[in-house]
Design a protein around this ligand. Structure first.
Ligand code: GLU
Length: 299
């Protein structure tokens, strides 16, 4: 824990190089942390080994450097934090909040419970003990809580009833990998993160994360979810949709594009500035309040 009043972070998953969408999240979280005289940390979310792409983490760190980012302290690597995740799972298990589950994906898909968005909600089959003769595949946390409500600095008041939307969710997957929801909550607490600024595609993870923070006795950070950059046809720009990786040839242009997307109004003259010049302007002029309060926006 740093003891700082404001600790922010950028937590990329190394599944490919940064693209304009990830630059937006990096830039907003960094500028807001500086604006609040806080610290800004980097965490490499390589907990999901099967999805991690060799070399992507190094590429991301090099790109951040090329684009003029500086961060506090060493990068935290999730792949080196498995003992901490195991300890958190043990804590939940000992308190009776987590239980082993034998259900296969197919069994869950075949169950009748559907979440309001049509996704499959865990029916609770193994909640009161593994069925006779079945072996544990995964570990789940009980989602028995009343509707969770929180305030998002950009998206306004939020609420979610995780009993209805996801049910008891996975903490340790059948393939032996810890789930993102557990890793992120354990690491945000360990790093003393007080403010989370990230894309609105993670808004629907927030209630699950708050639930875990409460069960583990961690403080709840403040949240600000940025609009997600989409193509003009409304498709989210992501590594999965093969958004073009950032090209170190044009950092100034990309930084200005990201600032404009974020509702800041960089003057046209900045186009002929250096990366340092753009950062100087951005640090003196950044206003979180100017960021559009939308879940997605075309870039
Ligand atoms: N690693 C996640 C991603 O790249 C972000 C996690 C977070 O900001 O909480 O989508």
């Amino acid at each position: 824990m740093s003891g700082h009043a404001y600790v922010g972070r950028f937590a990329p998953s190394p599944t490919g190089p940064l693209h304009i969408g990830s630059l937006i999240a990096a830039l907003a979280s960094c500028l807001e942390a500086h604006h609040q005289s806080g610290q800004w940390l980097i965490r490499m979310e390589d907990v999901d080994a099967p999805r991690t792409v060799a070399g992507a983490a190094d590429t991301i760190l090099r790109q951040l450097d090329d684009y003029g980012f500086t961060w506090e302290g060493p990068v935290l690597w999730q792949s080196r934090r498995l003992d901490a995740y195991r300890a958190a799972l043990d804590q939940l298990r000992e308190a009776g909040f987590a239980y082993p589950c034998a259900c296969s994906r197919r069994e869950i898909a075949d169950s009748a419970l559907l979440a309001p968005d049509g996704a499959h909600r865990y029916p609770g089959t193994c909640r009161n003990g593994l069925p006779a003769g079945r072996k544990a595949r995964a570990w789940r946390v009980k989602a028995d809580t009343s509707t969770l409500a929180w305030q998002d600095a950009l998206q306004g008041p939020q609420h979610e009833d995780i009993v209805e939307t996801v049910g008891d969710f996975v903490l340790l997957r059948a393939d032996g990998q810890f789930a993102y929801q557990l890793a992120v909550v354990v690491d945000d607490a360990a790093q003393g993160v007080t403010h989370i600024v990230r894309g609105a595609d993670l808004l629907d993870s927030t209630a699950r994360q708050i639930h875990l923070q409460r069960l583990l006795g961690y403080p709840q950070p403040a949240y600000a979810h940025l609009p997600v950059a989409t193509s003009t046809t409304g498709e989210k720009l992501s590594k999965q949709t093969l958004a073009a990786p950032l090209d170190a040839q044009s950092p100034v242009k990309d930084l200005l594009r990201a600032l404009t997307f974020l509702g800041q109004q960089p003057p046209a003259e900045l186009a002929s500035e250096s990366v340092t010049g753009v950062w100087q302007w951005a640090r003196s002029n950044w206003r979180l309040a100017a960021v559009p309060r939308m879940r997605q926006q075309a870039i």
